[in-house]
Write a protein that binds this ligand. Structure first.
Ligand code: MN
Length: 187
């Protein structure tokens, strides 16, 4: 996927989300982030930098530190790298209208070749986020249809179930703001 779909769905005169710009040569570390998105249905957008874009999945229930939990992660369109620092409110009526909070950020290490992993539907990685760390897996489910359904699963390591993820009241890792404060436009 490239960024055409991302661009097609949005009116950049109306939404504060970044328009796709030039692709900057990325630093050696590949960025990773999660945006909590209070859209029609609350979900967590899980994004991994690869080849100058952010590969994206919408995780309805959010990540779990329990390796026995398999969280549905629906593949969505690639996003521009600049989206990785976006936080704010997309106007009602626009694509994805609702509040976006930066829930986690950091970098990721593919385990093995990430292009092969994407092609075969099994992406193994080490996350170095502020909230998610250690081994994680994304596994594509079999089946046909318009949407690509994957599962996000915690790998077994010292980070599995060793801590607790913040709940509903989590604040932004970027601004320290709650969803209500972001929605209200507080700086
Ligand atoms: Mn979203």
């Amino acid at each position: 996927m490239a960024l055409e779909e991302y661009r097609r769905k949005r009116d950049f005169k109306k939404t504060p989300e970044p328009a796709p710009g030039r692709v900057w040569a990325h630093a050696k570390k590949l960025s990773y982030l999660i945006q909590k998105h209070d859209a029609t249905r609350l979900h967590y957008d899980f994004r991994l930098e690869l080849d100058g874009v952010l590969l994206s999945w919408a995780v309805t229930r959010g990540p779990s530190l329990n390796p026995a939990d398999k969280r549905l992660a629906v593949r969505t369109e690639d996003h521009p790298l600049a989206y990785g620092s976006f936080e704010g409110t997309i106007p009602k009526g626009e694509y994805g209208g609702g509040t976006v909070m930066l829930w986690d950020r950091g970098w990721w290490e593919p385990v093995g070749d990430p292009h092969e992993g994407l092609a075969k539907g099994h992406l193994s990685m080490i996350l170095h986020g502020e909230r998610l760390k250690g081994k994680w897996e994304l596994v594509r489910m079999k089946g046909e249809g318009k949407r690509e359904n994957w599962l996000l699963i915690k790998g077994r390591d010292e980070y599995a179930e060793s801590g607790e993820l913040p709940g509903e009241d989590a604040v932004s890792v970027k601004s320290g703001r709650s969803m209500e404060e972001i929605a209200g436009g507080r700086k």
